[in-house]
Design a protein. Sequence first.
Lengths: 107, 237
Amino acid sequence: MKDTGVFFIYLAVMAGVTYLIRAVPFVLCKGKIKSKYIRDFLYYVPMAVLGAMTFPDIFYATGNYASSVAGFIVACVLAFFEKSLLTVAISASGAALAVNLGMMLLK
Amino acid sequence: MSSFRKGLGDGIPIALGYLSVSFTFGIQCIAVGLNWWQAFLISLTNVTSAGQFAGIGIIVSQSGLFEMACTQLVINMRYALMGLSLSQKADKSVRGVHRWGVSFGITDEVFAVAMGNRGEVSNRYMYGLILLPVIGWSGGTFLGAVAGSVLPDAVRSALCIAIYGMFLAIIIPPAKKSSAVLKVILIAVALSCCFKYVPVINRISGGFAIIISTVVAAALGALLFPVPETESKEAAE
């Protein structure tokens, strides 16, 4: 992003919206949300967001299908066994790196 | 021990965790064509993971500002829920300008630690708790951006999958325990894949695809699989 002015406009919108989402309910709220439906909706939002952000983009993450799939498989297995976020993230990268290096050697 | 110092202490493990995750954000920023100070400023002013990763995609593709606002709104909507819960936990020192100050640092982990305290929390405690995680988050981004400029391609591209690995580590354990959560995730994933591969609708840009997938999946989830009271309470606290 070369145009610094444009960058600052995006930054202001991004940071402004993110801040207001945090601040407005915290500043205004005195009571509990009454609607069970809204509460359930908010309960599911984080999982749905992360699912939509992860797929199908994870298969293109490294710019190379083979190393992305390797990272994906390792991440799934470790996440299934409930390893820490850091362990899963680093191991997925490690698997992708191994495949990247392997492919460089084969060429 | 003053409550500010107690907050600082409680923030150390959060800051260490952030250091590593934000490192990959810094690398990603360089990979998509931003420079180090842009990466650093994004982290310093936003202090959030998923929203930032989605946000840099929108900045780089120069999509609309409305799309940027909507994407941040939906992805970060959980903070509104956390803000509501935290407002019940804050003591009377957290009022007026302090409400606006403390809310800057409401993240998933800060929220979880604050809610884990016995009794109410003060503004001094909250400022202490927030300080180191914000430094860790923006400092890690800076280091990642610098490293991203010098690391070889094979390493840099491999690190780009780290954030997705982290997302999987967040969603898979609850999906194992609750078939409702699993179904909501699968709906969101299926929709997101449709927006990528199905002709015509794949012209919808990435930010809106995430918003629509999320809202539809979560709305269907709330409609079809109402959450048992105890479970939703645990998640909110």
